[in-house]
Design a protein around this ligand. Structure first.
Ligand code: AMP
Length: 402
């Protein structure tokens, strides 16, 4: 029996998201989520997708750690005949947030690779430790199975030094590995390729600006299939206005908060990562709620939206200049795929850049990649649903079969 199934694991500090896919037809066999690991109120939600129905099962109650979480997931999968002991399981694909400059491609995990992912913890203190835990637990459950790391940063390793370096002292930067790495790479890779497909072209033939607008948000400039710039930097804090992150600001704001507001480094970190962005500006980070409030004439929500759009426009303009020629702008992730008002406002007034949105096409909802620009527009504007799990599974399967 050939092994064609891939288990994709996305381990966070207190959660594990998973999907089991069959790579013969990219079908999802099961999806699920364990949240609030380590708390009394942990929850496992498991949805088997075989046999027509999609009845979810929920387990509520304490799940002590990632090991207990993965064991519970394995038990749920086994109930549907999809157990991790199945010979059909080819590999586990792990989302790993930070691969530094070392990992430019998906990589089969051995002790050396794991040690290198650990070495990168100082540049990804919130993410890599959880990813490492997920890997170790999965290794313990199936020691014989290939475990593959797919890095959020890998797609961006093609950025030229001119885009990747900050203008700070080179020695200090090198000593502390301070440079722009970029994130959401699996999404930018997948969406830029799907956009080329939508245009009927090969990725090498097109230049695309990808706008990944979820709770976290980033833009990338993709030239002939390779990333040449992206808005996130050393960490996912730089760039666009996000749900709870500030994105770009004058670095002197940090000195000011420390010296004048007497805030500690940790307090500033929390302020900028968790209490800023749309939440800081208007108290809400859900674009549905923000646009609803705007409809009622809420000035605070309107200003937050305007700041969000202003930043987005600046990046569209900057990446048009970086790319020289733009064939498509692709909107993706929760906001990009669903918020027609954001797409319309982001492109409004950019006719000189060849950009326009057709109101009727923009209003259409759907799960398929689609064009929303009028026929006359020089640059295609598209909505391209992202699928990071499928991308991780595809890269993992390709690697174990190479
Ligand atoms: P993600 O991080 O990609 O899951 O995106 C989550 C975000 O997408 C939420 O915080 C919302 O702001 C936004 N979102 C999801 N659904 C909608 C919708 N129907 N309309 C507008 N925004 C949405």
């Amino acid at each position: 029996m050939t092994a064609t199934r891939i288990l994709v694991l996305n381990s966070g500090s207190s959660s594990v998201k998973y999907q089991l896919l069959d790579m013969r037809d990219n079908a999802r066999l099961a999806v699920g989520l364990v949240e609030r690991i380590g708390e009394e109120t942990s929850r496992l939600k498991h949805t088997p997708l075989t046999g027509g129905g999609a009845e979810s099962r929920e387990l509520n109650g304490p799940i002590a750690d990632h090991e207990a979480a993965l064991k519970a997931v394995a038990e749920e999968l086994a109930k549907d005949g999809l157990g991790l002991d199945s010979p059909e399981l080819a590999a586990v694909g792990h989302r790993v947030v930070h691969g530094g400059l070392t990992f430019t491609k998906p990589t089969v995990i051995d002790d050396t690779v794991l040690a290198e992912i650990e070495r990168l913890v100082p540049v990804a203190p919130l993410h890599n430790p959880a990813n490492i835990t997920g890997i170790k637990v999965a290794q313990a459950l199936r020691p014989d199975l290939p475990q593959v790391a797919v890095f959020d940063t890998a797609f961006h390793t093609t950025m030229p030094e001119s885009a990747a370096r900050y203008a700070i002292d080179v020695q200090t930067a090198d000593e502390h590995r301070i440079r722009r790495y970029g994130f959401h790479g699996t999404s930018h890779a997948y969406v830029s390729r799907e956009t080329a497909k939508l245009l009927g072209k090969a990725p090498e033939e097109v230049n695309v600006i990808v706008l990944h607008l979820g709770n976290g948000a980033s833009a990338s400039a993709v030239k002939a299939g390779a990333c040449v710039d992206t808005s996130m930097g050393l960490t996912p804090l730089e760039g666009l206005v996000m749900g709870t992150r500030s994105g770009d600001l004058d670095p002197a704001v940090i000195f000011h908060l420390a010296r004048v507001a007497q805030m500690s480094v940790d307090e500033i970190d929390t302020l900028l990562n968790k209490k800023s962005g749309m939440v800081g500006l208007c108290g809400d980070n859900d674009m549905r709620e923000i646009t609803r409030r705007m409809g009622e004439g809420d000035e605070q929500a309107r200003l937050a939206f305007d700041i969000y759009i202003h930043r987005l426009k600046k990046y569209i303009g900057a990446y048009s200049a970086v790319l020289g020629r733009v064939d498509a702008v692709a909107f993706t992730a929760g906001v990009g795929e669903n918020a027609a008002a954001v797409r319309e406002a982001a492109v409004a007034g950019l006719e000189e850049l060849g950009l326009a949105v057709d109101a009727d096409l923009n209003a259409v909802r759907g799960d398929e990649p689609r064009l929303i620009s009028p026929e006359y527009a020089r640059v295609a504007v598209a909505v391209v649903p992202t699928d990071e799990e499928l991308e991780i599974a595809t890269q993992t399967y390709a690697l174990v079969n190479s």
